[in-house]
Design a protein around this ligand. Structure first.
Ligand SMILES: Cc1cc2nc3c(=O)[nH]c(=O)nc-3n(C[C@H](O)[C@H](O)[C@H](O)COP(=O)(O)O)c2cc1C
Length: 356
């Protein structure tokens, strides 16, 4: 990973204060603050033209997106778009509201620039977010806000929960993400297994209609080569529009922070190598037939560019935003454009997968 330049942003001065406080409390304040601002977002049209591309039939003005989990309840998607993200993924939203796991359940591993979370799909439910999302869509039909959907922990039929999510949230979403890769809902990752995944995708397809937006599938980084092959074959067969690679990992690359042994999903810098490897695996398996969205440990323009060259059409980030603040979005975006131009690519599409 490239060494970042010293961070002199305002955030670098505020960060020690925020990091002295409980992580989830700071998270909740931040979302509340952002949500309290007027929705005065005007979709930016000042992205470098080289960054725009069509993926799954949607026009993304920039490939740099906010990953799911930060704005679970779609309280402030326009504020994140206003930070310079080309697209935002809200959720995971489940059909019914649920409190998630007992606290504490969110840990900063500052020395590792990582996060461990075992939130467990805490969210206010799909219905509560619908109005806000529908309003945003009416006001800014071009803005790309994807909705990540999941199943309730106590649901008697988890597959039906996903079908319900597609039917209910589809009209309010630019795209939907079927999230079967959270490690914090017991058994959920089992839906990535062949027979279960086939059943799930059939149920999703049964409720799909002309108005349903593109459907993405978000997978775990903790997959064996045969699992990558099985998932790829099913995604192609069942006409899923894109794969998001990947969610947090249950593995524990060497970590030094005191919270290293907390249970839950690990994200941030230590996830980088694993997420990159899985991206390459999926690029090889899909042979460019399915667009890939890279997520996991991306915290600078070099890494974002490397993922694109490894096969990603889009990238997302979450943990790096906590460590580097909102100015990182512009740095990565501008850095990506500069790297594309330096390598003689007129459009990002030309760079996708050139290294694999
Ligand atoms: C606190 C926290 C909560 C998350 N919640 C969700 C979630 O609800 N749904 C989801 O698909 N991914 C969730 N994620 C995973 C992220 O979207 C992303 O896949 C992962 O953090 C790796 O990216 P990063 O290293 O840039 O953070 C969460 C991550 C964190 C740190």
């Amino acid at each position: 990973m490239a060494v970042s330049a010293p961070d002199m942003s305002l955030y670098s001065f505020v960060r020690p204060l925020l990091f002295a406080l409980d992580a989830e409390t700071v998270h909740n304040w931040t979302i509340r603050l952002l949500a309290s601002k007027n929705a005065d977002y005007i979709p930016p049209d000042d992205f470098d033209d080289a960054l725009a591309s069509e993926v799954a039939g949607l026009r993304f003005p920039s490939p740099v997106g906010l990953a799911a989990g930060l704005d679970k309840n779609a309280r402030a998607p326009w504020q994140f778009l206003g930070m310079g993200f080309g697209f935002v993924e809200v959720g995971t939203l489940t059909p019914l509201p649920q409190p998630g796991n007992p606290k504490p359940r969110l840990f900063r591993l500052a020395q590792d620039e990582a996060i461990i979370n075992r939130m467990g799909f805490n969210n206010a439910g799909q219905t509560a977010a619908l109005d806000r999302l529908a309003r945003l869509r009416r006001a800014y039909p071009k803005a790309i806000v994807g909705v990540n959907i999941g199943a309730n922990k106590d649901s008697a039929d988890r597959i039906a929960d996903y079908a319900q999510g597609v039917a209910r949230m589809g009209p309010a979403a630019a795209y939907l993400t079927v999230n079967v890769s959270s490690p914090n809902t017991p058994g959920l990752r089992g839906l990535q297994d062949g027979a279960a995944l086939a059943e799930l995708l059939d149920a999703v397809n049964a409720v799909r209609n002309a108005k349903t937006p593109p459907i993405f599938l978000k997978v775990a980084p903790d997959l064996e080569p045969e699992e990558v092959e099985t998932i790829t074959a099913l995604v192609i067969e069942k006409k899923i529009d894109a794969l998001i690679v990947a969610n947090t990992t249950l593995s524990r690359p060497s970590l030094i922070s005191r919270h290293a042994n907390e249970s839950g999903g690990l994200s941030g810098a230590p996830l980088n190598d694993l997420a990159m490897q899985r991206l390459k695996d999926f690029r090889m398996a899909t042979k460019g037939k399915i667009p890939l969205v890279a997520v996991g440990g991306i915290d600078n323009a070099d890494e974002a560019y490397a993922r694109i060259r490894a096969g990603a059409s889009l990238i997302q980030l979450y943990s790096a935003l906590i460590y580097h603040g909102p100015s990182l979005v512009g740095l990565i975006t501008q850095g990506l454009a500069a790297r594309l131009h330096a390598d003689g690519f007129a459009h990002i599409k030309e760079a996708v997968g050139v290294d694999v």
